[in-house]
Design a protein around this ligand. Structure first.
Ligand SMILES: CC(C)(COP(=O)(O)OP(=O)(O)OC[C@H]1O[C@@H](n2cnc3c(N)ncnc32)[C@H](O)[C@@H]1OP(=O)(O)O)[C@@H](O)C(=O)NCCC(=O)NCCS
Length: 141
């Protein structure tokens, strides 16, 4: 991802989530760790992104947000960008990755479990509408 992709990422974020991250937050996440933020293109158009960061002390990476434009879902793009992120996390020396996912997001949970993430806890009232999230962690092989 490059700095001038921030607006497009924000647009996809807004289309994908009921409580999207704001443009300023996306900007801050990007500059926190540009090496852990990715976009995926199809026909020279950005169709998805993954915003990541890290916690240096714990050598842990964090997936803040991931989304693929609706018309491009179910085509393997989500898995591809996640695998790329996990590979990069490992190359940078991180030992595990965490993320939060809505307990109702069965599709995303299935994808994460397929890639080795495990549910470690349930975070009550994580989202603005007071619904719950699962905390999922994957250890680097
Ligand atoms: C979650 C998301 C990023 C997945 O991206 P995607 O490109 O559609 O996923 P892929 O095509 O790579 O799917 C890979 C695997 O994930 C699982 N999966 C993904 N979406 C699924 C769904 N809606 N239902 C069931 N399984 C699903 C499947 O196991 C799939 O493997 P298969 O195609 O061999 O069956 C995408 O659906 C999305 O942007 N959703 C809206 C935003 C969101 O919920 N983000 C996650 C926040 S934590």
């Amino acid at each position: 991802m490059r700095e001038d992709d921030i607006l497009k990422v924000y647009e996809i974020e807004r289309k994908s989530f009921p409580y999207p991250f704001g443009e300023v937050l996306i900007h801050n996440i990007y500059f926190g760790a540009p090496e852990l933020c990715f976009v995926i293109e199809c026909d020279q158009e950005i169709v998805g992104f993954l915003l990541g960061g890290y916690i240096p002390v714990e050598k842990q990476t964090h997936i803040f947000s991931i989304a693929i434009l609706e018309n491009y879902r179910g085509m393997g793009f989500g898995k591809k960008i996640l695998l790329h992120f996990l590979e990069r996390s490992s190359l940078l020396g991180h030992t595990n990755t965490k993320l939060e996912v809505s307990v109702d997001n069965a599709g995303a949970i299935k994808l994460y479990e397929e890639l080795g993430f495990e549910i470690v806890s349930r975070i009550r009232k994580y989202y603005q509408d007071h619904s719950d999230a699962f905390l999922m962690i994957r250890k680097t092989e």
